[in-house]
Design a protein around this ligand. Structure first.
Ligand code: F6P
Length: 344
């Protein structure tokens, strides 16, 4: 790297959006421009922007007023440049490297989830200076204690569960609510405990419907007038239905209790980031630039305890962070009498 030249860095957001992406873009951009006098370019729609050489110059002014905005000002996509397509496919990784060189980039910051970190680590192996920043409402990125987006989604899911309590109580119903999380149960477990769920089903713990039904019937016998069942979208259920639909049907058929379902969906990913997510995204963004300034590349920024640190992208790529069977909150939930769908 030529030390006398003004450094130019690229940034992109990839994968599903989440609250806090703009806070992270701002954290990267402001630190790069204000502290280090770097130039920043933002690529449109994730890796598609790199493939198609579509980008904007992110001057400091462009980064003002975006901290509280949901979504991403750069746009995002689920483009995976290393995924094998038809034989007619262009060589996307080569095109990305070509555009990276043509634009004179000194580094590229990739903000995304597991898929993005995998791509980021492969791009690093192609000779580009890459830094990853983990985001997702699923909180399932391996190598970090926390991703931004999770806290905001947790507030939304918890608020939704709170609202279900009053209507469930009025009608003496069982309410099943499905929350996102992909293959991980973090959001269901946390919102379930925070929202006072009676049953919480997560992909990491194999559930049995007879256990759930027995538990709900026992509640009804104890004159508990209603029950809240929180299910993660990633639990096992037959093809052609959804987690909440399947569980609600099984409950009604197995207990005779009047049951309704709610699928929370994309509301969980929308809107303004929570204060904690704004802070985490800002810290991640600023730290990414510190790594660039120190020329420590091929890393993902991560949170370990209260500290922000870095981990090698090689270590992270292709892995997923699931809820451990003996996670403290799982143990606490069982201790509180919450049903996790198993006999134990
Ligand atoms: O990874 C975030 C997430 O919202 C998951 O919780 C969900 O399974 C998935 O993205 C939905 O993906 P898409 O935006 O492609 O529909």
């Amino acid at each position: 790297m030529d030390k006398s030249k003004k450094k130019r860095i690229g940034i992109l957001t990839a994968g599903g959006d989440c609250p806090g992406l703009n806070a992270a873009i701002r954290g990267v951009g402001k630190t790069a421009i204000v502290k280090y006098g770097m130039e920043v370019v933002g690529f449109s729609s994730g890796f598609l922007g790199l493939i198609n050489k579509e980008y904007v110059h992110l001057e400091e002014k462009r980064l003002s007023g975006i901290l509280t905005l949901g979504g991403t000002i750069l746009g995002t996509s689920r483009e995976k440049p290393f995924k094998r397509g038809s034989q007619l496919d262009i060589n996307k990784p080569a095109l990305i490297k070509q555009h990276y060189d043509e634009l004179g980039l000194d580094a590229l910051v990739c903000i995304g989830g597991n898929g993005t970190m995998k791509t980021a680590s492969l791009l690093a192996n192609e000779g580009m200076n890459i830094i990853g920043i983990p985001k997702t409402i699923d909180n399932d990125v391996w190598g970090t204690d926390l991703t931004f987006g999770f806290d905001s989604a947790l507030w939304i899911a918890t608020d939704a569960i709170d609202r279900l309590h009053t209507t469930a109580n009025s009608h003496n119903r069982v309410m099943v609510i499905e929350v996102m999380g992909h293959d991980a149960g973090w959001l269901a477990l946390y919102s379930g405990v925070a929202g006072g769920g009676d049953v919480i089903l997560i992909p990491e713990i194999e559930y049995q419907m007879p256990v759930v039904n027995k538990y709900l019937k026992a509640r009804a016998r104890k004159k508990k007038s209603y029950s809240i069942v929180v299910v993660a979208e990633g639990i096992k259920f037959p093809a052609g239905t959804s987690a909440a639909t399947y569980v609600a049907e099984q409950i009604e058929a197995g207990t005779g209790l009047e049951t309704r379902k709610t699928i929370l969906g994309y509301i969980q990913r929308g809107g303004s980031p929570s204060p904690m997510d704004r802070i985490l995204a800002t810290r991640f963004g600023a730290y990414a630039v510190e790594l660039i300034a120190k020329e420590k590349f091929g890393k993902m920024v991560m949170k370990k305890g209260e500290k922000i640190k870095a981990i090698s992208l090689d270590e992270v790529g292709g892995k997923i962070r699931l809820v451990p069977q003996k996670h403290p909150l799982v143990i606490k939930a069982r201790g509180l009498g919450i049903c996790l769908g198993t006999g134990k």
